[in-house]
Design a binder for this molecule. Structure first.
Ligand SMILES: [Zn+2]
Length: 437
């Protein structure tokens, strides 16, 4: 099998940096990475590689670029690209006015197929090589997304949305349909190639108790599935959920009561949780998808990242498009920095990149396969090129080290610096801006 060799500056992430900041990242000023057969075969300093006899003449040499592992988006809605940036509402009204009408469009299979392909291409153009994705309550929308991700060779987790109350009639399924359609999708797509299935109740407020119980049963029947849903995003949503479930002691309990809480659960937002809920999250090993761009845009609130960190709750960064205003995880990092600043926590670049790479992989239990550039992992990686953005190129000249450079990427850059995206070792995206180089 032919090996692709890239000689460049290379950085990847090994830890959140809280124990030992120096251990958080590994940086090669002049490194070489090789990949073959979909996996990373070597990663080392170029001089060391030459000393042991590797012929570097075979490597493409890009000293100005930066190789980094692909980004992971832990929470994003494929059908919501058409409502990104919609004006004026907070969560519950935003769902009514923008989200549900957009998802109703997916009744049309042609729209669903075309938009799913567009969504996957849009992720790859932003350096996102893996994601945990909501589709719609139409089973065919999950089919179309899995088909597109399978063609791209992506490691992607997704599910059909379960929703049988408090939404337009055209979007509602039933407890029985949720069971039947989810089971069929699981049988067809879970563990096919690099794909995985997540049981996906939208949130407690749009599912009956019967449907939540069905979701819990699916998870018991298939212990290697994921659960993805929303939790405690907005104060009105928290109150509304309490009114729908008077028997629950708090929001998290609405999931716990139905077997929807465990180590493979990923809850988006988690902004307004009580100490008791945080403790139960930590005890279960459940993960949080931190969606700063969405939380600011909808005025939902400010996540206290430190509180989660102190309890050891895994946190993965996410865009939450369409409420998020960018599909680019570099921009999520910049927004995360601002949210954390308002909580008196200066989020460092290594930790921000960790939450979008290895930290996300760990939160999603995918770190055996992806998350950094360690030999043996799947070859999902990016070639970033700060010179593709003229203003950034000027700013980078004043950076003293890799951490400062990374901080520029998360605060001043966007998808324009993604020159190439490799998925499973295959070139899946090449920036049109790179053609002028
Ligand atoms: Zn969401």
């Amino acid at each position: 099998m032919e090996q692709t060799l890239l000689r460049s500056r290379i950085v990847h992430f090994r830890d959140d940096g809280h124990g030992s900041p120096d251990a958080a990242l590994e940086y090669f000023e002049d490194g070489v990475i090789g990949f073959a057969d979909g996996h990373i075969a070597l990663l080392e300093d170029a001089r060391a590689a030459r000393a042991r006899g590797l012929d570097l003449a075979a490597a493409e040499h890009r000293p100005e670029a930066l190789v980094i592992s692909g980004f992971i988006d832990a929470h994003v809605h494929a059908p919501q690209l058409p409502v990104m940036g919609s004006y004026g509402e907070k969560l519950l009204d935003w769902l009514e006015k923008y989200t549900f009408p957009a998802e109703l469009q997916y009744a049309d299979e042609e729209i669903s197929r075309r938009q799913s392909d567009f969504f996957i291409d849009a992720l790859l153009a932003r350096g996102t090589t893996s994601a945990m994705v909501f589709t719609t309550s139409f089973a065919h929308s999950a089919e179309h997304l899995f088909e597109a991700a399978y063609r791209a060779g992506m490691r992607l987790v997704a599910g059909k949305v379960l929703m049988d109350r408090n939404a337009p009639a055209g979007l509602l399924d039933t407890a029985e349909r949720a069971r039947r359609e989810s089971a069929a999708l699981i049988g067809k797509w879970h563990n096919k190639g690099r794909l995985g299935y997540a049981v996906t109740p939208r949130f407690a407020g749009t599912s009956s108790r019967e449907q939540l119980a069905v979701a819990g049963q699916l998870l018991r029947d298939h212990p290697d599935l994921w659960l993805q849903t929303h939790l405690s995003e907005n104060p009105d949503e928290v109150k509304w959920t309490a009114s729908l479930f008077p028997e629950a002691r708090d929001y998290l309990h609405t999931y716990e009561m139905h077997g929807l809480h465990g180590g493979r659960s990923v809850y988006a937002h988690c902004i307004h949780l009580s100490d008791s809920e945080l403790e139960r999250m930590a005890d279960a090993g459940a993960a949080v998808a931190f969606c700063p761009s969405s939380n600011l845009f909808l005025g939902s609130g400010l996540l206290k990242l430190q509180k989660l960190r102190e309890r050891g709750i895994p946190v993965a960064l996410a865009t939450d498009v369409g409420a998020g205003t960018s599909l680019c995880q570099l921009q999520s990092m910049g927004e995360a920095y601002k949210v954390c600043q308002l909580g008196d926590y200066p989020l460092g670049a290594a930790e921000a990149f960790y939450m979008a790479t290895l930290g996300a992989a760990r939160a999603l239990h995918l770190d055996r396969h992806i998350g950094n550039l360690a030999p043996g992992k799947e070859a999902d990686l990016l070639l970033l090129n700060g010179t593709l953005n003229p203003l950034l190129r000027e700013r980078l000249r004043h950076c003293r080290d890799i951490r400062e450079e990374l901080f520029m990427y998360m605060t001043l850059a966007d998808e324009r610096i993604v020159e190439r995206t490799y998925v499973g070792g295959r070139l899946a995206y090449l920036s049109p801006l790179a053609e002028s180089l």
